[in-house]
Write a protein that binds this ligand. Structure first.
Ligand code: AP5
Ligand code: ZN
Length: 236
């Protein structure tokens, strides 16, 4: 299967990905995780991406398209993949289609983690991560057995630099500007303008809705309930 997970910060993409990955033997390609690894290793890519990430802005399309192009060539990704956090702009979606066309492949499903913005601050500010495995915890919703410590290794957990209420605002702004509109009315208005100006799609979600590939999830439900919804969509 070739899947795309779309959803705002904290909607549960990174929580559901390892479960889907194991069940369907897919590779998990999360641009955010790859960029954070590059920033930590101070690679040329990381140096270019650091500032935008810390401000909660998107890094340039060229940078992320380059990483995905490289990662998708891995043998482990040939059978299928989960794209988590990519594409986030219509340009990225178009580039992805070009890459897939070369392989004679196409996207099977786009899972839209639909959720109200108001829920996200608590999820984001309570998130703790085990850096080397990527295991994710939450002080309230998924607490580790010992506070601040990874359940498996006993190593310390960390918080992401961009997981503050202030940076979340910019991340949500970027999401609603490029990936999914904030409300239906605005969306209809802008779509009409674009139609009149004969411009291409503005939002990633519409790009995939046009292709009939989008499945909506109730991402405000518990992690287990969201997993059940994902399984239903993928088995249909
Ligand atoms: P990225 O790493 O992709 O961050 P994001 O999109 O902001 O998403 P998050 O990782 O915050 O959310 P998630 O949905 O994975 O939430 P999680 O499951 O962990 O991107 C970071 C930055 O990199 C961007 O800002 C940008 O600068 C750059 N970037 C990345 N990709 C890019 C691209 N394509 N183009 C340009 N720039 C790019 O859950 C969050 C918390 O909630 C956890 O603590 C979890 O335990 C808890 N939780 C999860 N599900 C539930 C539930 N159902 N109920 C209760 N709690 C839950
Ligand atoms: Zn994530």
């Amino acid at each position: 299967k070739r899947l795309i997970l779309i959803g705002p910060p904290g909607s549960g993409k990174g929580t559901q990905s390892p479960i889907i990955k194991d069940e369907y033997c897919l590779c998990h390609l999360a641009t955010g995780d790859m960029l954070r690894a590059a920033v930590a290793a101070k690679t040329p890519l990381g140096i270019k991406a650091k500032e935008a990430m810390e401000k909660g802005e998107l890094v340039t399309d060229d940078l992320v398209v380059g990483i995905i192009d490289e990662a998708m060539k891995k043998p482990s990704c040939q059978k299928g993949f989960i794209l988590d956090g990519f594409p986030r702009t219509v340009t990225q979606a178009e580039k992805l289609d070009e890459m897939l066309q070369k392989q004679g492949a196409k996207i099977d499903k786009v899972l839209n983690f639909a959720i109200d913005d108001a829920i996200l601050e608590e999820r984001i500010t309570g998130r703790w991560i085990h850096p080397s495995s990527g295991r994710t915890y939450h002080t309230k919703f998924a607490p580790p057995k010992v506070p601040g410590t990874d359940d498996v290794t006993g190593e310390p957990l960390i918080q992401r630099k961009d997981d503050t209420a202030a940076v979340l605002k910019s991340r949500l702004e970027a999401f609603h500007k490029q990936t999914e509109p904030v409300c239906l009315l605005l969306s209809i208005h802008v779509k009409m303008m674009h139609f009149l100006l004969k411009k291409s799609q503005l939002w990633v979600i519409d790009y995939y809705k046009k292709k009939g590939a989008v499945a909506e999830l109730h991402a405000e439900k518990s992690p287990k309930e969201v997993t059940t919804e994902v399984q239903k969509v993928l088995s249909s």
